[in-house]
Design a protein around this ligand. Structure first.
Ligand code: MN
Length: 261
């Protein structure tokens, strides 16, 4: 049986970017779509554990492609798809195309990347694909085409087994894109601010993230996309920090002694 591709996103089952991606990927392998029933951007790796989830099979605009909507988060979609909804083996989870960049630290709050991560944690290869959208609606079709090219490489084993890629495209016509850079995630791409106000329910706060526009580090995804390159960042999912663990190991006897008085 042919290996399948699971397609999801964080913008909801009706998003244009999702169906552009499906349109390209269905030529490569059988595709199943499992996506949130509504917009779930910036939900990161959230998983719904304390509520029931509802699944609905929805009519698919692409003939031959099964599609389900889920009343949960992008990660819920992947867990449900791999555990229940998809018959047969899924080799790749593709998430997107997100209409908006997911660069640097944003990878940690992005639902697009979060869904891909969930696939990766389940042993699938994973691809998160996003396109800058300074002029709407952006060049989502170029992003979908590139996703298909990378997916073909992943499914034919031309890339390392079990790979996790975060791909971002600048919002440029294909002939103006300067090239492809393999990058690392940028740090500190944003300033977080908190606005305050008051309405009939009392005081409220609003979190606001302002992007810092220029990144000088030529190795990063933020720099590449700003300069008009496509950025491909290979990710992995371990948060473990080796330098800190050495320091902590040295402290642990002291901590234990103090704890026991
Ligand atoms: Mn989104």
């Amino acid at each position: 049986m042919k290996m399948k591709i699971l397609v999801t996103n964080d913008d909801g089952i009706h998003a244009d970017g999702l169906w552009l991606l499906v349109k390209e990927l269905k030529h490569i392998a059988p595709v199943v779509v499992v996506a949130p029933d509504r917009e779930r951007s910036a939900t990161g790796t959230a998983v719904t554990l304390h509520q029931t989830l509802r699944v609905q099979q929805v009519p698919s605009p692409e003939p031959g492609v099964e599609a389900y909507s889920v009343s949960g988060m992008p990660s819920d979609c992947v867990i449900l798809a791999l555990g229940k909804l998809v018959k047969g083996k899924v080799k790749l989870v593709a998430s997107g195309v997100n209409p908006g960049k997911n660069l640097g630290d944003d990878a940690l709050i992005s639902g697009t990347v979060g869904a891909a991560l969930q696939g990766y944690l389940h042993g699938c290869s994973a691809l998160a694909i996003s396109c800058d959208r300074t002029i709407s609606p952006g060049h989502l079709d170029t992003a979908a085409k590139l996703a298909a090219m990378l997916s073909r490489k992943i499914l034919s084993d031309s890339l390392p087994h079990h790979i996790f890629l975060n791909v971002n495209l600048p919002d440029l016509p294909i002939e103006q894109i300067k090239g492809i850079q393999v990058t690392r995630l940028a740090h500190k791409c944003h300033i977080n601010t908190v606005a305050e106000g008051e309405d009939e329910n009392g005081k409220y706060y609003r979190l606001d993230r302002q992007r810092i526009t220029t990144s000088n580090d030529r190795r990063t995804d933020a720099w590449a996309v700003e300069q008009g390159y496509i950025s491909i960042t290979p990710l992995f999912a371990h948060l473990y920090s080796r330098p800190s663990s050495t320091i902590l190991r040295n402290l642990s006897t002291e901590l234990m002694k103090e704890l026991q008085g």
